[in-house]
Design a protein around this ligand. Structure first.
Ligand code: AMP
Length: 412
């Protein structure tokens, strides 16, 4: 397995045999130097080798596979590359990268994802794309009804294979691979190598070049803090943090219903929050993302699956309102801040019941995870606070917070 090494720091895009048009697009995108995953991945990918990239979003992996595909397929007529992505948002981001870097090379990209009317897909498929970006479920629908022919595919990319696995997409991917030509290049990107993912790779790839970009890369840049507190104290502390915050904040909540209710509460406090989770219509998700990107809603409240892979620049603060039950999700979540060269803050709330999950994360990333801090007034609900909760139906941990929440007078 080749690892990111010091020499790669000196690599320039000019070192790669890429067309002049691609170099111009890279300049226009402001990409001065290849990121480590690009430096390691582009040369073997251009040679047509299979590649496994162990890297998460934020490392520049999209351009690592998009650039060689653009170089190989520009100006071809046939549908030559298929990129599978787990979520609609990630598919949209991948499409945007292909368009940004490939349009002037004549590359045509189509996207087919679930949650939009099928008619839209027919239009996309009729546009003679040479790259198809798709989520597995919707692509299988089209394969089954004979609307899409994949027999000229030369390059398959499976992006975020670990997340595909978590979302139960592996059988769908197997069905798609079964209709692709056997002679093709396969590139797979994943943050971790789950057994199922390893099996898919072993069965469907030929002598792949393995490239590993440190899983904790974003953790180096983001400042992390963990507050140990009671479940009841999470909400007032969150509101306090949101009020103090000046930039964009991404808040992770475990369940879709949790996202809905927290978004209602935050908006009722005149803080502008958008939400995103898997049950929302595509239109709603697009609007939430656009509002967050534009800064119209500086707060985005999301579940893991919906937020995975989101490329929104300038997220200053990530808050784990619910501590993740999966250590890798922690790394992914805090990777939403401090992307590329920016730095950011990742705050996690952990209840006593979350201790074992905090330990799991520590096993994964070691001492970079700070020790949990017990916050005065938020640690555990006092007997008095609990009785207040019973009488008022709401727990506010101390007088200052009560004043801020506008309840001090009412209870006086
Ligand atoms: P990704 O991991 O593909 O989601 O990329 C993360 C971010 O890095 C995106 O905002 C890209 O636009 C940006 N990026 C990718 N490659 C480069 C590069 N060579 N130089 C600067 N930024 C880049």
């Amino acid at each position: 397995m080749s690892n990111q090494n010091e020499n790669q720091k000196d690599v320039k895009f000019a070192d790669f045999p890429l067309s002049e048009t691609i170099h111009q697009s890279l300049d226009q995108a402001g990409f001065e130097r290849p990121m480590p995953i690009q430096a390691a991945c582009i040369p073997p990918a251009l040679e047509g080798k299979d590649v496994i990239g162990l890297a998460q979003t934020g490392t520049g992996k999209t351009a690592a596979f998009a650039i060689p595909i653009i170089q190989r397929l520009a100006n071809k007529m046939e549908l030559g590359a298929l990129v599978l992505a787990p979520t609609r948002e990630l598919a949209a981001q991948i499409t945007a990268v292909f368009n940004e870097l490939g349009k002037s090379s004549g590359l045509r990209v189509a996207t087919i994802v679930g949650g939009v009317p099928m008619d839209q897909d027919y239009g996309a498929l009729r546009s003679w794309p040479n790259v198809l970006v798709a989520t597995p479920g919707r692509l299988n629908d089209h394969i089954e009804n004979g609307r899409v022919l994949l027999d000229e595919i030369e390059i398959l990319v499976v992006d975020e294979a670990d997340r595909m696995h978590d979302m139960g997409f592996i059988p769908q991917i197997r069905r798609i691979i079964a209709v692709l030509p056997r002679k093709r290049q396969t590139m797979m990107f994943t943050a971790t190598m789950a057994d199922d993912v390893e099996r898919i790779a072993r069965k469907n790839m030929r002598d792949p070049v393995r490239i590993q970009i440190g899983i904790c890369a974003p953790a180096h840049r983001a400042k992390q803090e963990i507050f140990e507190l009671s479940e009841d104290a999470k909400r007032p502390l969150l509101l306090k943090l949101l009020r103090k915050s000046t930039g964009r904040v991404l808040v992770f909540v475990r369940t879709k219903r949790g996202v809905d209710s927290l978004t209602r509460i935050v908006n009722a406090r005149r803080l502008k929050a958008a939400k995103i989770h898997g049950d929302l219509e595509q239109d709603h998700r697009d609007r939430s993302l656009a509002d967050f990107r534009s800064g119209h809603c500086p707060i985005l409240i999301a579940t893991d699956i919906a937020a995975r892979g989101l490329d929104v620049s300038g997220i200053e603060h990530v808050i784990n309102y619910d501590f993740p039950h999966n250590a890798e999700d922690y790394v992914h979540r805090i990777g939403r801040t401090a992307r590329v060269e920016a730095s950011g803050l990742a705050t996690s709330f952990a209840t006593l019941a979350d201790r074992r999950f905090v330990n799991e994360v520590r096993k994964l990333i070691g001492d970079k995870l700070p020790k949990p801090t017990r916050l005065e007034g938020y640690a555990t609900p006092s007997a008095k606070a609990m009785s207040e909760k019973k009488t008022r139906g709401r727990y506010v941990p101390n007088r200052r917070s009560r004043r801020r929440a506008g309840t001090a007078n009412k209870s006086a």
